[in-house]
Design a protein around this ligand. Sequence first.
Ligand code: SAM
Ligand code: DTB
Ligand code: SF4
Length: 335
Amino acid sequence: MNKKWEVKKIHELFKQPFLNLMYQAQTVHRNHFDPHEIQISTLLSIKTGLCPEDCKYCAQSSRYKTNIKNEKLLDTEKVLKEAEKAKNLGSNRFCMGAAWKKPKDRDMPYLLNIIKKIKNMGMETCMTLGSINKNQAIQLADAGLDFYNHNLDTSPKMYKKIITTRKYQDRLDTLNIIRKSGIKVCSGGILGLGEKNIDRAELLAQLANLNPPPESIPINMLVKIKGTPMENNHVINTFDFIKTIAVTRIVIPKSYIRLSAGREAMNKNMQAMCFMAGANSIFYGCKLLTKNNNTEKEDIELFKMLDLYPKKHVINHDEKDIKIFNKNKKYYNAI
Ligand code: SAM
Ligand code: DTB
Ligand code: SF4
């Protein structure tokens, strides 16, 4: 059983002087990770828009008139081509998202085939498809799915104000199904929804007290989408964002923390401080699901400036296929 974190204790961490918190977070980080290593994942939307859920931040909800192109399930060939491209650019995990409340059983053969093919390329796989049942989770696990992304987004109290078409407990139930199937859990949140530090502390308590906590924790900064109820939200203060990363590192010391959506709005200094605070993963590639992300060129420049290097490719099936990019000049030159 991992240590149980009380909300009060987590909230107190937020009240520490900024530099003390950074020092503590970086110390914890160095106990568990090489501080120069960054895990990089590439995202692809395999089914875009017309989602029946009403998440107030999302470009893909059918409830809001946003400026996106709705798309049916992408052809398998197109998905594989994008995965190959991501691999050649140095990404080691391919994350596929679908704007569904939940997948239909008839979609399973398509999803399972894609997982097997991408695994065969030597990449890790991640999917985010909404709620899944036990049977679907077992099928995804058997096909070799490494991670499933399913965010809690915010505190239980705040959740009701952001999403009305499902309950917090539904999310926790799905996380439990994923965990039991043997797939690794990717679950985090969004900052900038109008939440306070107490909400952030409550979200982090939920994540930290899962047993075990998620292996991967995406921290998104709200990307304001025109047409959604959150289009005019206040931008979260830079240091509040960095502090939240630091607190996440302290309460969940051994998991990867991903600096996720919203990096386009962050300058290099802010991103560097997020890495100092313990973030050690990013979405890499110029598109998130519907919105732009920093370009690969910008990220490689950032990595060079900060002496960071991408986590090595996963070991998959055949030893000959292992490509180690660590500290390898060829890696940078190939981009
Ligand atoms: N439909 C699935 C679901 O909700 O689980 C998967 C896709 S959904 C887009 C995945 C996550 O992306 C959300 O839980 C939210 O944390 C994040 N996200 C969506 N829109 C965002 C935005 N505009 N800004 C920041 N993060 C966002
Ligand atoms: C996560 O936590 N963030 C990603 C991923 N999981 C699926 C999604 C970010 C979406 C950003 C807005 C967009 O591209 O529409
Ligand atoms: Fe649908 Fe996911 Fe967007 Fe919510 S966040 S509207 S569930 S795609």
